[in-house]
Design a protein around this ligand. Structure first.
Ligand SMILES: [Zn+2]
Length: 142
């Protein structure tokens, strides 16, 4: 799926959002995709919010762009994102899958897959070991 089709889907359905991972899209064959995508979203009158999370590569504190037409829907997504470490992985994945506009069948298929269990990125629920380490670090510095 391209950045543009994700944005189109978020524009067509106010109950869904698109999420652009800056790392992933910059590494793609078209490095300008992310800038074009953001310009496109702005042209469509969509809202854009910055979020920070762990990339699919495992790199931390990477910028993600949350895009949507309805602020309420975006707030729900941001709330989930901020609490990713506190929500059971499959519950988080189901909620995010719905926000991204995937069908229940696709979500169920994904939750049963190996990626859903092992991908360290924030959008997949992060790595539990890493999340536990972060929680310990935060506790230590608190
Ligand atoms: Zn992932």
């Amino acid at each position: 799926m391209s950045v543009f089709s994700d944005i189109d889907r978020a524009a067509d359905n106010p109950e869904t959002v698109a999420l652009i991972e800056s790392e992933k899209n910059r590494l793609g064959p078209r490095p300008d995709d992310i800038d074009l995508g953001l310009a496109y979203a702005t042209e469509l009158g969509l809202h854009i919010k910055l979020l920070y999370g762990t990339a699919e590569s495992g790199k931390e504190d990477v910028v993600f762009y949350l895009i949507g037409s309805r602020l309420h829907t975006m707030r729900v997504a941001m709330e989930l994102w901020r609490n990713v470490d506190k929500i059971p992985r499959s519950v988080f994945q189901r909620a995010m899958g719905r926000l991204f506009g995937y069908s229940e069948e696709d979500i169920a298929d994904f939750i049963g897959s190996e990626v859903s269990e092992t991908c360290p990125c924030t959008a997949c629920g992060r790595n539990e070991i890493e999340a536990a380490a972060t929680a310990r670090r935060n506790h230590y510095h608190a």
